[in-house]
Design a protein around this ligand. Structure first.
Ligand code: SF4
Ligand code: SF4
Length: 480
């Protein structure tokens, strides 16, 4: 391992590392815009400039992102020369940039904003008027581009070539006429990973239409979670309003809304990327909720619903359960412990691929659109659903069951989180909590177990499935 010296401090670098990588690994920050740890080196923003000492009182400056380490190398990351060069780079980058941080969605997370304050801090170098460009160019149905804010780092273009492989973007024209554009009409719409470019754009040039002007990022906080969109189980951050910024006068429903979804970087499952389906969880979690327990479509209290369900379970001769592949490992274990001895259980696929959705690819997206099929099968096996003759009760947990296909005459106990016509058709309906209201774990198809945490407290009128199973087991007198 080569030893190099950064600002006089000895650093053990990896043999194939660049100076930028070695410095960051040692906790020494060098600013960068175009460099990204998961993309090829472009070396075009020039802001990672460092000074290399030649050992004879002289030296030279060069970009750290493209400079391999060599034994004994001596690098200065914050010398007067370096600061002066970075200031020039920042002046150049902001020559035609609007610096409109006050109205920019990226404010608070913008690398340019941070470096502008650190290294520039002076009036614009040119007396010529700024060159203006398109402010709202629709790059796709999901993403809008502010050309004036683009610093041509090419991260977005490299992402579509190297990661999503859609080749959907390119930079056209030259100099101050340069523009990022779709390589052909609709190209970015066909990329199911397109929204990652909003995250990796180092400035506020690429903006998510879904999130545009919805909130300032400092009003929000991320809760670590797992995308339930398929059996990959990508780790995500669910962003929602901070307690101290709760809305009281405006629409208070926003206090319990997921405002945006971003990747939670990890090495085992999804690295730093997610597909667009995870971004759309903002709408999924906004679906109308079931908040009323019912027996035969008539509203009853939760306790009364539980008592009726327990009586049906006690009386049943051949009860079958369709357990949810959206249930957490904890909920599945609770079902097994409380009711597993009473029911013949099958794992149900709650969700199927939707029309127009990418069913499967060789990047992240998996054909099974449920987050915990593996966890459920580990406890209940993988036999296809088959109702034994004489089935007289079916406990349906979660979506994806066609009541018309259940054995005729069988009683139905239904647990669901969403408002749905089937709720009123069950003999007993029990509304249950959502992933955003409880914590737990899912096991993905590779056997990796990932945790999710609660974003909001559970609604008073709904129950946690874990508690429902424990109560039903006790009330129905099922031996533990
Ligand atoms: S849009 Fe953003 S990511 Fe793409 S080149 Fe411009 S600054 Fe870079
Ligand atoms: S690949 Fe699957 S788990 Fe990952 S973000 Fe997309 S839908 Fe969610």
């Amino acid at each position: 391992m080569p030893e190099i010296f950064i600002n006089g401090q000895p650093v053990q670098a990896g043999k194939d590392q660049t100076v930028l990588q070695a410095a960051l690994a040692a906790g020494i920050y060098i600013p960068y815009f175009c460099w990204h740890p998961h993309l090829s080196v472009a070396g075009n923003c020039r802001v990672c400039m460092v000074e290399v000492e030649d050992g004879k009182g002289g030296g030279w400056t060069d970009i750290a992102c493209n400079m391999p380490v060599t034994e004994g190398m001596r690098v200065l990351t914050d010398s007067e020369t370096v600061r002066a060069q970075r200031k020039s780079v920042l002046q150049f980058i902001t020559l035609n940039h609007p610096v409109d941080c006050g109205v920019c969605d990226k404010a608070g997370e913008c690398m340019l904003q941070d470096q502008y304050y650190e290294y520039n801090g002076e009036p614009r170098a040119s007396r010529d008027p700024k060159v203006h460009a398109t402010k709202f160019h629709p790059l796709s149905e999901r993403i809008v581009l502010d050309n004036e804010r683009c610093i041509f780092c090419s991260r977005c273009v490299r992402f579509t070539r190297e990661i999503s492989k859609s080749h959907a973007l390119a930079i056209k024209l030259r100099a101050d006429e340069s523009l990022v554009r779709a390589s052909e009409d609709g190209a970015l719409d066909r990329d199911p990973y397109s929204d990652n470019i909003v995250d990796i754009c180092p400035v506020g040039a690429l903006l998510s239409k879904q999130f545009l002007y919805k909130s300032r990022v400092w009003y929000l906080k991320p809760t670590p979670s797992v995308c339930p969109g398929c059996e990959r189980g990508c780790r995500v951050n669910l962003w929602h309003r901070r307690e101290e910024w709760r809305l009281r006068a405006l629409d208070p429903r926003q206090n319990e809304a997921i405002e945006r979804v971003t990747p939670l970087e990890n090495t085992e499952v999804n690295g730093p990327w997610i597909c667009n389906k995870a971004r759309d969880l903002t709408q999924v979690f906004q679906r109308a909720r079931a908040e009323q327990a019912m027996t035969k479509g008539q509203p009853v209290g939760l306790d009364a619903a539980l008592a009726t369900a327990a009586a049906l379970i006690s009386a049943a001769k051949r009860p079958v359960a369709l357990v949810s592949s959206w249930g957490s490992n904890e909920e599945l274990a609770a079902f097994k412990q409380a009711l597993g001895g009473r029911f013949t259980a099958f794992v149900k696929r709650d969700c199927q691929p939707q029309p127009g959705e990418v069913v499967e690819d060789d990047i992240l997206i998996r054909a099974d659109k449920n987050p915990n099929t593996a966890g459920a099968r580990a406890l209940f096996g993988d036999a296809p659903v088959a109702f034994p003759d004489g089935t007289d009760l079916v406990l349906v947990w979660g979506e994806g069951c066609n009541f018309g296909e259940l054995p005729r005459g069988a009683k139905i106990v239904f647990l669901n989180a969403w408002l749905a016509p089937e709720n009123g058709h069950a003999d007993v309906f029990i509304p249950v909590s959502l992933q955003t209201e409880r914590s737990g774990h899912y096991t993905n198809f590779q056997g990796v177990v990932s945790a999710f945490a609660a974003c909001f407290p559970k609604k008073a009128a709904v129950a946690d499935a874990e508690a429902v199973f424990a109560a039903l087991g006790t009330k129905a007198g099922v031996p533990a």
